[in-house]
Ligand binder design. Structure first.
Ligand code: SAM
Length: 316
């Protein structure tokens, strides 16, 4: 299916939210209720159901990248099976976004199943700030997860959501950690999603403000942006590269190629206009194509406009 909108955007990356519960309660994502933050074994969507949806979407879209996310994907019991199933479909890039809390234990099996890249969410290097951001006192366990995954040969990037008055003093410590371990780090401007809808600006640390902090210690030059990249990148005079995902300052909607699938089997073409489009799994090709066209029509022109839906549900 040749699906493109008037800006030439297509769907080549599928983000799959495997479940919408998490074992951390990050303040930009959740209100910290027990329903959101739980390690309880709630019923999970079987891997076979996800794989059926992904296969049918791949047949239509010739997907290049699958990113597993959530909620926390490491809480998904059949994660190795679902990764291996996607690998068997011949999809090139298999990635995951995770808080790394359980990664120490799971990294080898995930690597064996075919996972290549993990974006680890790490918002602080100081235990108190880590707790302030995640509502959990588990910084060391997260760091152990990252280091085990690196030792297994997994490619790791760090994502740090920066919030004024919460973790803005962590920009340089996070950068130092990333440079020391030779890991690429990207700082994120906080997005107006979920409970932050309507007042994310109270916490926003902008791209310029992040750069100002980094400039107190490093000199750097901007690198050219790659097509469909969510991040802008800079290189320090010492050769270290860091990025900023400037959702608000420099939106990247113009070449967004992402489609999202949630744990209930709904697809979404955009984070802003995210009305669920339900997949049954039994659609004919024509019916699925029609749903994909609806998802494509959801894409905003050029700017993320916010959403009452949290990333916990739609998948980060
Ligand atoms: N549990 C996994 C994790 O922590 O990486 C995956 C899901 S989590 C929703 C993925 C990412 O979404 C977060 O780390 C963060 O980068 C991003 N995110 C969630 N809410 C956000 C917000 N309001 N603003 C910016 N980023 C947000």
């Amino acid at each position: 299916m040749d699906l493109q909108d008037k800006y030439g955007r297509d769907f080549k990356t599928l983000r799959v939210s495997l479940l919408s519960t998490c074992n951390l309660g990050c303040v930009y994502c959740t209100m910290g209720t027990e329903e959101e933050i739980t390690t309880d074994r709630k019923p999970q969507t079987p891997a076979a159901v996800f794989l059926r949806h992904i296969r049918k979407l791949h047949e239509q879209l010739d997907l290049k990248t699958i990113r597993f996310t959530g909620g926390e994907p490491l809480l998904y019991r059949e994660l190795p099976e679902v990764i291996a199933g996607v690998r068997a479909m011949g999809i090139e890039d298999i990635k995951m976004t995770s808080n790394a809390f359980l990664l120490d234990r799971l990294a080898p099996a995930l690597k064996d199943a075919g996972l290549q890249y993990i974006n680890v969410s790490l918002d602080a290097m100081d235990s108190d700030s880590f707790f302030a951001m995640t509502r959990r006192k588990q910084l060391q366990r997260t760091l152990k997860g990252i280091e085990t995954a690196l030792a297994c040969g997994l490619d790791i990037k760090l994502n740090a959501v920066m919030m004024k008055g919460k973790n803005d003093d962590q920009v340089l410590p996070l950068l130092e950690y990333a440079f020391k371990h030779n890991i690429r780090i990207r700082f994120l401007e906080v997005m107006a999603m979920g409970h932050l809808f309507g007042h994310a600006n109270d916490y926003k640390l902008s791209q310029d403000e992040i750069l100002d902090i980094i400039a107190t210690r490093y000199s750097f030059n901007r690198l050219e942006r790659k097509t469909s990249s969510t991040a802008n990148y800079w290189q320090t005079d010492e050769g270290h590269v860091f990025g900023i995902i400037a959702n608000d300052t420099e939106p990247f909607c113009m070449d967004c190629n992402r489609l999202r699938l949630d744990a209930e089997g709904n697809i979404y073409g955009c984070l802003s206009t995210n009305k669920a489009i339900a997949l049954s799994g039994d659609e004919t090709d024509a019916q699925l194509q029609q749903k994909l066209q609806m998802a494509m029509a959801q894409k905003q022109d050029m700017q993320f406009t916010g959403s009452e839906m949290s990333m916990l549900h739609i998948g980060g």
